[in-house]
Design a protein. Structure first.
Length: 146
């Protein structure tokens, strides 16, 4: 009697879990990566996908797809919810943003920019040195004996 009761409880537990698993929805994602300047496709760009939890933190693991020569990539079966998408392509700025996946299909187009000029505190220090040199020369000329 005890064993049959335990089996009935186990079967009820499995049946309770099956509908919950069946409710999980998935989306097919399509990506297109192009140059912002001229709209030409970027080949071999990495599109990286990470699930994001309710606190906004990235979950462990993730998925990566690469674009083809037309700048396209697909990822079937992405779970509904918040997804962090990052796009990396050699010679372009990295793109990253969180998206809500809530439809059976999503199409994304990412327009990539070339890298911007780097800013450095050392560049500013060099500019200040160059600015001071002409002033120092004038002061040196004024104080020199004639």
């Amino acid at each position: 009697m005890r064993i049959s009761g335990l089996i009935m409880i186990a079967v009820a537990a499995v049946l309770a879990v099956v509908p919950a698993a069946a409710e999980k929805q998935y989306s097919d994602l399509s990506f297109r990566v192009v140059k912002k300047a001229n709209g030409k496709p970027i080949r071999n760009a990495s599109v990286i996908l990470h699930l994001v939890n309710k606190e906004g933190k990235q979950e462990r693991g993730g998925f990566q797809v690469k674009t083809d020569r037309e700048g396209k990539a697909n990822f079937p079966g992405a779970p509904y919810g918040k997804l962090r998408i990052q796009v990396l392509a050699s010679g372009f700025q990295t793109f990253g943003e969180d998206f809500d996946i809530n439809q059976p299909t999503h199409e994304f187009t990412f327009e990539m920019n070339p890298p911007q000029k780097q800013h450095s505190i050392y560049d500013q220090a060099e500019e200040k040195k160059e600015d001071k040199k002409p002033e120092e020369k004038e002061e040196a000329q004024k104080s020199a004996p004639q």
